[in-house]
Design a protein around this ligand. Structure first.
Ligand code: ADP
Ligand code: MG
Length: 700
């Protein structure tokens, strides 16, 4: 076989022609034979079974019947015509109906000749089948038939233009004829052996024309494995290449600052998870390669101190460090916390945000450039081009999903050699997804909370129980605690949400009158200065209740707040609910999260609420979230193209993904540039994939 035959434009396939080729290109992105052969069926229908018309049930899904057309008529309707054919198989009669394409259908139908028809049936005073797929029995017997009939992805336009599933199927047969069904192997013999995978040719044949269930399953496994394997291979080799090519600053000293802080100034004993992560970071920083690490840790797991220790290492080695947070409130809080922690060490820390005064800004710029300033904490303002460092060695990004790729890459260019990058997130991403999303980052996980934390008690209450909830709040306030009450804010209905918030605020003011109670309110429509003022009163304990939209979701730390009430909780996603809940449970007191909803709940909402009530574990919650929503809505998936998988499913094919990753790693460890003879199939396929950009482009 000519190895390049698969690059043949689809126009050349017999039966395609220019019109169909255009449609295949525009509707399915099929340009070449190769694209076409990689059009994998969505599902299969059992076509070994034939029904009798007398056996039909009103709820039959898709059925296949052999019979003859006895007459054809055109029926006038108010809205256009329809074509109706009477169809009989001896056991009964039914109608075949067309609403479009009458003329050519009528001309092509043959009376009194046996047909095989296939489609969904309707019942209304008898059975009918709209737009059946049909084929003369004589043709049907000649063509390549398999027990499981594939159903291909399609679009309305394709079907309307006559490129039905059956046509696709025929074209696929044509392709197999032209190529003799022989396709170059794309995995190495060792892999095929070790994993007992079927060959590429056999897999492609059986995915399109399954000989039986077992072979179909093998074909699916082999092709899913291959797809995931090459993605992992790319991610891992990119990572290896980065480590080889992108030299990083070598922080070889563990110096005075780090040691002094560790020995004398740690405010608490680090958890084992924190120690492990600090070790992982230290290894990276001393490896001569640029660190590019994602630190995942649930809210309250103590990421900040880890970040600080990494920054101390940078300073010990003569470098500056910066830390970027998505909001002013968060940046301020990091600044306060870190300035407090290092106050006895001889280092300079400053805060730069959008609201920094010009004089302050000027001073910061100067001190950054002459190297006097060691740590800069701030918001997006830090990313601006005019912010230049004398020698930036480490950049830390908190809550990474709030930052776009472009913003992150700005940090790469703040020094001649790119600084080390540590990206922190409290949005746990299931391991499997993280491997695909951030496969070119190394991942550290803090999977342990500091000791002494009491698990937050979470309950679900209906709006009708509001009075009881208010009583509970009063009791907690009497004990000296503070309360959050959060309202949803979703872009599309911003006005409505705003009204909900204000109505809620009014009713809370009535229920909790001044001067006994003081209430803060924070929402997106306020000026930053007003927001800060209100926030500040709550942080200082001057107000007992904080009424807010989700602006408080990220990072805010008020250890005395012990109750989180989430209004219309059914409107929040799981990860957001979990983030919000993480605002409480930061002090020594027992904390509570109360999910308020109406009685109208969808099945998914119920699952979300039940999950929240059942567990505090962010990773468990993330797994449920992934199952409920699919990867489509999870942060970051859009830009990575995890959804462009042709056959594998990132959630369902978890186990295959792990296997694929394992083997990709193993192969690259032994043969990083894939030069060994035994890996030549893999090298060739990989180069082809990159050349034809079939592998997604990743964040770096
Ligand atoms: P997050 O991971 O959400 O950013 P923080 O770094 O803000 O968490 O830490 C949450 C709280 O836990 C802070 O008040 C911090 O001082 C405290 N903390 C962090 N690590 C420990 C520890 N090992 N022991 C006790 N308290 C800790
Ligand atoms: Mg944090």
């Amino acid at each position: 076989m000519n190895p390049n035959i698969l690059q043949t434009p689809i126009d050349y396939l017999k039966g395609v022609g220019p019109n169909r080729a255009d449609l295949l290109r525009s509707e399915l992105g099929i340009h070449t034979y190769q694209d076409f052969i990689n059009l994998f069926p969505n599902r299969y229908i059992d076509k070994t079974k034939y029904y009798k018309i007398s056996e039909l049930q009103r709820n039959n899904a898709e059925v296949q019947i052999v019979g003859k057309i006895t007459h054809i008529k055109t029926v006038e309707q108010k809205r256009g015509k329809r074509l109706v054919a009477t169809f009989t198989d001896g056991s009964g009669k039914m109608e075949l109906v067309w609403f479009r394409g009458h003329k050519w259908i009528r001309e092509s139908l043959k009376i009194n000749q046996p047909y095989v028809i296939f489609g969904k049936t309707n019942w209304y005073n008898g059975f009918s089948m709209p737009h059946p797929e049909m084929e003369l029995l004589s043709e049907h017997e000649k063509s390549l038939r398999t027990a499981m009939q594939p159903v291909y992805p399609s679009t309305e336009k394709l079907t309307n233009k006559g490129i039905t599933n059956r046509v696709i199927n025929k074209l696929m047969q044509q392709l197999f004829m032209e190529t003799k069904g022989r396709f170059a192997e794309t995995l190495s013999p060792n892999l095929l052996d070790e994993l007992k995978l079927i060959s590429k040719s056999k897999a492609l044949f059986n995915i399109h024309f399954p000989e039986n269930q077992e072979l179909l399953a093998k074909a699916q496994y082999r092709l899913k494995f291959e797809e995931l394997f090459y993605i992992q291979l790319q991610l891992i080799s990119k990572n290896l290449m980065r480590k080889q090519k992108i030299k990083g600053f070598n922080f070889d000293k563990v110096g005075t600052l780090f040691n002094t802080f560790y020995k004398n100034h740690l405010p608490f004993e680090l958890t084992n998870a924190q120690k492990r992560v600090i070790r992982e970071i230290r290894n990276d920083l001393g490896s001569n390669a640029q660190m590019n690490r994602l630190l995942q840790g649930d809210v309250g797991s103590g990421k900040t101190i880890v970040a600080l220790m990494a920054m101390l290492l940078a300073i010990d080695n003569g470098f500056q460090a910066c830390m970027v947070a998505p909001t002013e409130i968060l940046a301020q809080q990091h600044y306060n916390g870190i300035a407090e922690l290092v106050k006895t060490l001889n280092i300079r820390v400053k805060l730069l945000t959008g609201s920094s005064k010009t004089s302050e800004r000027k001073e910061i710029h100067e001190e950054l450039e002459n190297g006097k300033l060691h740590i800069l904490i701030g918001t997006h303002a830090v990313l601006e081009d005019k912010v230049r460092f004398k020698n930036l060695g480490l950049s830390i990004i908190d809550e990474q999903h709030r930052f776009g790729v472009a913003q992150r890459s700005k940090l790469w260019h703040k020094n001649k050699v790119p600084p080390h990058i540590l990206v922190m997130t409290a949005t746990p991403i299931p391991r499997t997804l993280a491997m695909s999303l951030y496969g070119d980052l190394d991942i550290s996980v803090i999977d342990e909370l500091p000791p002494g934390r009491k698990a937050i008690k979470t309950v679900h209450r209906y709006d009708t129980n509001r009075l009881k909830v208010f009583r509970f709040i009063k009791d907690e306030i009497a004990l000296g605690r503070q309360i959050y009450i959060v309202y949803p804010l979703i872009q599309e209905s911003e006005k409505l949400d705003y009204k909900d918030l204000m109505d809620g605020y009014a009713s809370i003011e009535r229920e909790f009158p001044k001067p006994e109670y003081q209430i803060s309110i924070v929402h997106g429509k306020m000026k930053p200065a007003d927001k800060d003022y209100e926030m500040d009163r709550f942080v200082k304990g001057e107000t007992q209740i904080m009424v807010a939209t989700t602006v408080i979701e990220v990072g805010v730390n008020v250890p005395n707040a012990s109750v989180m009430i989430i209004e219309s909780a059914e409107r929040f996603g799981l990860s957001q609910l979990h983030q919000l809940r993480g605002r409480v449970g930061r002090g020594a007191e027992q904390s509570y999260c109360i999910l308020m909803t109406s009685h109208k709940l969808s099945a998914d909402s119920k699952t979300r609420l039940e999950t929240m009530v059942k567990t505090n574990d962010g990773f468990e919650i993330a797994e449920v979230d992934l199952k409920l929503r699919g990867p489509g809505d999870i942060m970051g998936t859009q830009q990575s193209g995890v959804l462009n998988l042709k056959i594998a499913d990132i959630v369902k094919d978890n186990e295959i993904l792990k296997t694929a990753r394992y083997y990709a790693l193993k192969i690259l460890k032994n043969d990083p540039s894939l030069t060994l003879e035994k890996n030549k199939h893999i090298r060739y396929t990989y180069q082809q994939l990159i050349k034809h950009k079939n592998i997604w482009n990743y964040i770096s």
